[in-house]
Write a protein that binds this ligand. Structure first.
Ligand SMILES: Nc1ncnc2c1ncn2[C@@H]1O[C@H](COP(=O)(O)OP(=O)(O)OP(=O)(O)O)[C@@H](O)[C@H]1O
Length: 193
């Protein structure tokens, strides 16, 4: 059998997908994580691409992008190469992506840990989004609708490795840490060796 140990070591730590509806608490949990584990996590640079539309579209078609979107006529995306660059620095790359992004990344060989952050209920989600005071009524309704869809799809067996209901923040954070502990330890071990 071929020995893949070396290749894996060179690839670096597994990335982490953090998905879930807007307002579920992804940023809140991430902030805690970054505060507790300094120098362990990294972010892929989501860049505007100064390439022609044709080049970008070809890359998207080849599956080089995990996410791509278009804002005011510009195309942008998170590329696989950007994630690998973070891994090469021995950092756990955090990918805050939506369901479409999750499906795209499944088609790559990046092998992330898939985490879904979910609100305890639609009512709680609505309250949190309203209290956050970041949305207009229209955008709030849009997010609530998208959340319903997201909550349903997330239950699909095998789609996520861990599904965390963010009710009590400290409990949810504990679960997130448990899911990532092995990878965090690897980063630390590599740094200390
Ligand atoms: N466990 C919790 N209990 C109570 N409030 C919470 C909890 N987790 C997060 N919140 C609050 O809910 C709101 C939404 O959380 P947050 O902004 O982290 O969500 P998000 O998933 O990152 O949303 P978006 O995708 O829109 O950025 C925030 O105001 C946050 O302070």
């Amino acid at each position: 059998m071929r020995d893949h140990t070396k290749e894996k070591a060179m690839a670096g730590p597994r990335p982490v997908v953090m998905s879930g509806p807007s307002g579920a608490g992804k940023s809140t949990l991430l902030k805690k994580l970054l505060k507790e584990f300094d120098g362990v996590f990294g972010f892929s640079v989501s860049h505007y691409h100064y390439v022609t539309r044709e080049v970008m579209q070809a890359d998207v078609a080849k599956g080089e992008f995990l996410e791509n979107a278009e804002f005011s006529g510009n195309m942008y995306g998170t590329s696989k190469a950007a994630v690998q660059a973070v891994q090469a620095k021995n950092l756990i790359c955090i990918l805050d992506i939506d369901m479409q992004g999750v499906k795209n990344i499944k088609r790559t060989d990046l092998n992330p840990i898939y985490v879904s952050i979910q609100p305890p209920s639609m009512e709680t989600l609505e309250k949190r989004l309203r209290d956050r005071k970041t949305e207009s009524e229209e955008s709030l309704q849009k997010r609530l609708h998208a959340a319903k869809v997201d909550m349903e799809i997330s239950k699909e067996p095998g789609l996520f490795d861990v599904l965390i209901i963010n009710d009590d923040l400290d409990l949810a954070y504990g679960k997130l840490k448990d899911a990532l502990l092995e990878e965090i330890q690897k980063v630390r071990d590599t740094n200390n060796s």
